[in-house]
Ligand binder design. Structure first.
Ligand code: PLP
Ligand SMILES: N[C@@H](CCSC[C@H](N)C(=O)O)C(=O)O
Length: 422
């Protein structure tokens, strides 16, 4: 049973903030205690004069000031905007972060975070990770003097071996990883990194889980980020990045970069993101339930499936100890690239697209699509199977999804051409 009366971090213990269960917190915005900028308490001076039920879109670049000293709450939307503040405050609550920021994309969120690392310093990251993340780390190596060591993050010892107390500034984890769905032990890694290398920040890309299923800051991470383009918004109608900081000191540094570089999310996209996040629990529950059925079906058909909801996943128990569900992204191998291509192209309901987290189901081949920017020889060194198919399961009727997949597998020659029990 969840404790419903937990004081928020740093809030006066005499004035505990009422906490609800995650699904309620996602949709509940306490307008009586929260001003239009998402602030609570004595600082919350700006209220919506009309008690609008939906947060207004402050579609403005600049704000008139009360005096020549420019002492208004907001002066310019690059530095801050009420609609953006509102979604940031809501997401900080959801992620259990001290403060949160929303920026123009997931890559932009990572770019902001990586600017905390200086030339001459080093990063430890996974050997299975999103292609765009690999590309940005590579860019930083070539142009920014920052070295990244790619290691197998499923083994905390590999991280400890790569730690250099003088140089390591960041340990960057994806869990589950994109696209091999490997799991990193956040609590153990965070403990070891903080002990052996107190200057290093543990950063978790939590895109695949979303804060509804997993909250890395509670597990020991210093910074969490998400591609808000995925589950948080849920409809593939915007690009966004979301960052949560555990402490004000780290948050101040991140805010400085966001204001300096000008990547804060626009008012309209902030509004869309806030609208999307309210339905995260219902979407994720349905997508996840569908994904379990799809994974079971593929296993029954004899494919090698990567999904943490599958009890034979090598880190099933570890994932279960950190997250409240397996999510809705899975991948599987067919044994032949051409066979995989035929399967992907034979589906009708599953859209051939990069990205995931949308209400619609998607199918893709990571090595040719989302991870094509990783050179072929590196993919080979890292044992990323070229025939891998990634499925991002949506909210459709699972019978239709299974039928469409079965038809595609049969027409591609991956299954015998005879009716089977779904
Ligand atoms: C795990 C992961 N992190 C970060 C990103 C980057 O997000 P965005 O596309 O919003 O820049 C992506 C996909 O693009 C991703 O799959
Ligand atoms: N052409 C894009 C590909 C984006 S991949 C999006 C998403 N993270 C996924 O894993 O599908 C690029 O090169 O960045």
């Amino acid at each position: 049973m969840t404790n419903l009366l937990t004081p928020e971090p740093n809030s006066p213990s005499l004035n505990p903030v009422k906490r609800y269960r995650p699904a309620t917190e996602l949709v509940y915005i306490d307008t009586s205690a929260t001003d239009i900028c998402g602030r609570t308490g004595p600082g919350s001076t700006i209220r919506d004069p009309y008690n609008a039920a939906s947060v207004p879109i402050y579609q403005t670049a600049t704000f008139k000031q009360p005096s020549a000293s420019g002492s208004g709450e907001y002066d310019y939307s690059r530095s801050g905007n009420p609609t953006r503040s509102h979604v940031e405050s809501h997401l900080a609550k959801i992620m259990h972060a001290q403060r949160a920021f929303v920026v123009s994309s997931g890559m932009s969120a990572l770019d902001v975070i990586l600017r905390l690392v200086k030339a001459g310093e080093a990063i430890i990251a996974g050997d299975d990770l999103y292609g765009g993340t690999n590309r940005l780390l590579g860019y930083l190596g070539t142009h920014g003097g920052v070295t990244t060591h790619h290691v197998d993050t499923t083994d905390p010892l590999r991280i400890i071996e790569a730690l250099d107390p003088e140089r390591t500034r960041m340990v960057l984890l994806e869990t589950p990883t994109n696209p091999m769905i490997k799991i990193a032990d956040i609590p153990t890694i965070a403990d070891l990194v903080h002990k052996h290398c107190p200057r290093a920040l543990v950063v978790v890309d939590n895109t695949m889980m979303s804060p509804y299923l997993q909250r890395p800051l509670d597990l020991g991470a210093d910074i969490v980020y998400h591609s808000g383009t995925k589950y948080l918004s849920g409809h593939h109608d915007l690009m966004a990045g979301v960052i949560g900081a555990k402490t004000n000191a780290v948050a101040d540094q991140l805010y400085h970069v966001i204001n300096a570089t000008g990547c804060g999310l626009s008012p309209f996209d902030s509004w869309l993101l806030l609208r999307g996040v309210k339905t995260l629990a219902v979407r994720m529950e349905k997508q996840q339930a569908n994904a379990v059925l799809i994974s079971d079906y593929l296993i029954r058909r004899g494919f090698r499936v990567h999904y943490p909801g599958n009890p034979s996943h090598p880190q099933y128990a570890l994932h279960k100890s950190m997250a409240s569900g397996p999510g809705a992204v899975l991948s599987f191998e067919t044994g032949q690239v051409e066979m995989s291509e035929r399967i992907v192209e034979a589906t009708k309901l599953w859209g051939i697209s990069v990205s995931f987290g949308c209400v619609n189901s998607l199918i893709s081949m990571p090595c040719q699509m989302s991870h094509a920017s990783i050179p072929a020889h590196v993919r080979q060194q890292r044992a990323l199977p070229e025939d891998l198919i990634r499925l991002c399961v949506g909210i459709e009727d699972p019978e239709d999804l299974l039928e469409d997949l079965e038809n595609a597998l049969v027409s591609a020659g991956a299954l015998p051409n005879q009716p089977m029990d779904l």
